[in-house]
Ligand binder design. Structure first.
Ligand SMILES: Nc1nc2c(ncn2[C@@H]2O[C@H](COP(=O)(O)OP(=O)(O)OP(=O)(O)O)[C@@H](O)[C@H]2O)c(=O)[nH]1
Ligand SMILES: [Mg+2]
Length: 454
């Protein structure tokens, strides 16, 4: 992933804290200085860098680390929370009867990202997606898009010889009227000029595009901020995708500058291939970036709406055998949020949550896509159904599948997964030794950052 430099920098700035209980003033200054350098090298702006380092300094002096937590873990958790705060919230559009218009300057990755998104929604949400190539300026745009999607069942519409983008869109929409989702690739410009705005306006109106998505290359660093702001003013951007985060040290700048404009970052591009797209969620992104992953960390890093108490309760329920679909989802979410979960995994029966004993990258991605699909399905379930998945039979399955736009098979798979997880939970709570181990893990912080190579 991009930004390895940042995570290395942050972790080494914390090296000083290793097995320390307190820092004197000079040491604190040195640590802050190293952190500031790491943030600036990743292109965070001066104001944000100042904000993060100042908050770290004041929180370190005001807040006691929780009992049993090392100073290092404490500092890392503060930095984590501050970075997440700076990156802001994220959102993902629902793939139902929706048209997306891709906009952006020259060469930022619009066409590539159009293909990536189409494939993403087809694969993860299982919906019928069509793309329309409406860039009549870039020669070969249609064949570029066709090639990107040659191994996919996504339908590509284009009229390489037509020079009127608006009529291509009109014809494309008519040809793909039954698609759940239509994504329209448009022409780039050197800068956002009136011509481009007019063209976008016309296409957008014709297509009634609910989403206007701005594509920005991470390489532009801090200037992503002004670009996002002007596109937002002129074209009413609903979300942003930052591309090429795999290839630049300036990714921190692009991400933070865009977040500062208030437009949500929806996805990030992390390579040239069609599958190199990731959903952007600040907390998940940062915890992966920082490679945080012990069970204590799991609790510290749980999403904001899941406080420590809830995480504890979840674990207790998990041990007691009462286990709803929501419990399973939250558990999977917690697990997929952290980078290395081997420690936790070593205590859990292998095969749990679809056999993730030692998860490779591919498996984590698989889990992420399962989570996304499960979320969509669970949105169509009633509270009763989520609490009593065993009672969800044929007729309910049919209704849920229809409501969430997935196949009945997918609903059955979710319920089967729940059944397997619950069985293993039960096995675990019956195992006294394991139960003791879990409880002691929840109690002491016997893990510091050894595993992170400090
Ligand atoms: N490494 C990397 N390369 C990317 C990514 N996204 C796009 N690219 C590459 O960036 C180049 C430009 O991408 P396009 O998709 O053609 O960009 P565009 O915005 O459609 O360009 P125009 O239509 O000319 O305005 C291509 O070589 C892509 O392969 C990414 O996330 N990572
Ligand atoms: Mg293009």
């Amino acid at each position: 992933m991009a930004l390895e430099g940042l995570s290395q920098g942050i972790l080494s700035s914390l090296g000083l804290l290793k097995s320390r209980r307190k820092l004197d003033e000079a040491e604190m200054r040195e640590m802050i200085k190293a952190l500031r350098r790491a943030l600036q090298e990743a292109d965070f702006n001066v104001r944000q860098t100042k904000e993060i380092t100042e908050r770290l300094e004041s929180r370190m002096s005001e807040e006691e680390p929780r009992p049993g937590t090392t100073l290092q873990t404490h500092a890392l958790n503060i930095i984590y929370a501050e970075l997440v705060r700076i990156l802001g919230p994220s959102r993902e559009p629902r793939p139902r009867q929706i048209t997306m218009l891709m906009v952006g300057l020259y060469g930022q990755g619009k066409t590539t990202t159009t293909a990536k998104l189409a494939e993403w929604y087809r694969r993860i949400h299982g919906v019928k997606v069509a793309v329309i190539e409406a860039d009549v300026h870039r020669p070969g745009a249609y064949s570029q898009l066709t090639q990107l999607l040659e191994d996919s069942t996504v339908e590509v519409y284009g009229e390489p010889d037509n020079t009127d983008a608006v009529s291509i869109v009109r014809n494309g929409l008519a040809a793909h009227a039954t698609a759940d989702m239509v994504i329209i690739d448009t022409a780039g410009r050197h800068q956002l000029d009136q011509d481009l705005v007019d063209e976008l306006e016309q296409i957008s109106e014709l297509a009634r595009a609910e989403e206007r998505i701005l594509v920005i290359d991470a390489q532009v660093g801090q200037s992503a901020g002004p670009v996002a702001a002007s596109f937002h003013d002129l074209a009413g951007i609903t979300g942003i995708i930052i591309t090429k985060l795999d290839g630049t040290a300036r990714g921190g700048g692009a991400l933070s500058a865009v977040a500062a404009t208030g437009s949500p970052i929806m996805y990030i591009g992390v390579g040239e291939r069609v599958q190199d797209l990731e959903r952007f969620e600040g907390d998940r992104f940062i915890s992966r970036l920082l490679g945080m992953g012990d069970i204590r960390g799991l609790i510290d890093l749980a999403p904001e709406d899941m406080d420590e108490e809830e995480a504890m309760r979840l674990t207790q329920r998990m041990m007691s055998g009462r286990f709803t679909l929501n419990d399973m989802y939250k558990q999977m979410e917690m697990m997929s949020k952290v980078g290395t979960i081997d420690k936790l995994m070593s205590f859990l029966p292998s095969g749990m949550f679809g056999g993730m004993g030692a998860m490779g990258k591919a498996q984590k991605m698989e889990m992420q896509s399962n989570l996304d699909r499960f979320q969509v399905i669970m949105d169509s379930m009633t509270t009763y159904e989520k609490n009593e998945p065993a009672k969800v039979k044929a007729e309910r399955i049919r209704r849920i599948a229809r409501g969430s736009g997935v196949r009945e098979k997918d609903v059955r798979e979710l319920i089967a997964q729940w059944g397997r997880s619950r069985k293993m939970m039960k096995g675990m709570s019956g195992n006294r030794q394991m139960s003791k181990k879990m409880k002691s893990m929840m109690r002491d912080d016997n893990m510091d950052l050894e595993g992170l190579g400090l």
